[in-house]
Ligand binder design. Structure first.
Ligand SMILES: NC(=O)c1ccc[n+]([C@@H]2O[C@H](COP(=O)([O-])OP(=O)(O)OC[C@H]3O[C@@H](n4cnc5c(N)ncnc54)[C@H](O)[C@@H]3O)[C@@H](O)[C@H]2O)c1
Length: 300
């Protein structure tokens, strides 16, 4: 494996910062582009260069990478909140659709050979009675999901070797508790403060919980492999909220209390991705069990 110079957009965020760590650990050189809207400089080591740039501003991004050469680009920058995307669709279109177009232009202008794009399983497949394969028709139920599907097409048409990773529900160290989605981060916070957990609905809603280091490993595998196209990245195992609480209780002891609240409008019952393609193509397999991932997150 040769050393690469990699541009990581959104590298100061939750997943992006773990991608940066994985790249540095194998000797790659990294430049981060991030507007720090939800990311934080503190997620990155002091030695990592981070330029504060809004990817939706094409000229600004162009200036930020002018004269640079990269082997590869990993595109993690995005707005990521489903509910906020319903309230601010223009912002989400600008960042996700225009932003991805600008990142493709930056990749081409800096000589990058490959582009790894982080996308979403949950928000673009919608309700999945069986774990969704890459052939499952897309049914995004929010502007966030729609624009992420648009971004996938932009990346696919870029004329580079591109790989889009459709991620399941990520969790792990550095995940923010104040953002929607990260139920494990939210529950861990409640556990640590001895506060009751709130379960929306009856707790049977299922998600595919994926440890963040496994995502970083999928990104480095996608950089190294000779593959293209779309891959689901998850565990292939749906876990209900009640089952999640059980595993967390085994690791952390019993919670202070469990409170039930009405099911939230628009919440899907089951979201899970089938990861056979990534395994079949020798690209990647999930490694971290839910229990181990929770232990590692709680310890961090
Ligand atoms: N967390 C999950 O469960 C999950 C699931 C599926 C897909 N994803 C995808 O993974 C990627 C990373 O998500 P995350 O969970 O780490 O979220 P995050 O909010 O922690 O990271 C996103 C990063 O992008 C930056 N950013 C946002 N808008 C920007 C802009 N206009 N210009 C430059 N930088 C900008 C943010 O500051 C942040 O650092 C996203 O593409 C997201 O859609 C995440």
């Amino acid at each position: 494996m040769t050393q690469r110079r990699v541009l990581v957009t959104g590298g100061a965020g939750f997943i992006g910062s773990h991608v940066v760590d994985a790249l540095l650990a194998r000797g790659d050189e990294v430049l981060v582009i991030d507007d720090l809207s939800t990311g934080a400089r503190g997620n990155l080591g002091d030695a990592v260069e981070c330029r504060t740039v809004d990817i939706s501003d094409g000229p600004e991004l162009g200036r930020a990478v002018e004269g640079e050469r990269f082997d590869s680009v990993v595109h993690c920058a995005s707005r990521t909140k489903v509910v906020e995307s319903l309230e601010k669709p223009d912002l989400y279109r600008r960042v996700i659709v225009d932003g991805t177009r600008n990142v493709v232009d930056a990749a081409l202008a800096t000589g990058a050979r490959d582009l790894i794009n982080l996308s979403t399983g949950g928000a673009i497949y919608g309700e999945t009675p069986q774990c969704a394969t890459e052939e499952t028709p897309l049914r995004p139920a929010s502007p966030y999901g729609e624009f992420k599907a648009d971004a996938e097409r932009i990346v696919g048409d870029a004329g580079l070797r591109s790989v889009t990773l459709r991620l399941a529900n990520a969790y792990g160290p550095r995940q923010r508790r104040d953002l929607e989605g990260g139920v494990i981060a939210i529950f861990l916070g409640a556990w640590q403060r001895h506060e009751p957990l709130t379960v929306y609905g009856d707790g049977t809603a299922e998600r595919d919980y994926l440890f963040v280091d496994d995502i970083a490993a999928a990104v480095t595998a996608a950089l190294d492999a000779d593959v293209m196209g779309v891959y689901n990245i998850g565990t292939g195992v749906p876990t209900s909220v009640l089952a999640l609480i059980e595993v967390m209780s085994e690791v952390l002891g019993p919670p202070a209390a469990v409170r039930h609240a009405p099911r939230r409008e628009g919440e899907i019952q089951r979201s899970c991705v089938d990861v056979s393609r990534a395994g079949r193509d020798g690209l990647w397999r999930p490694r971290t069990s839910l229990r181990e991932g929770i232990e590692r997150t709680a310890r961090a």
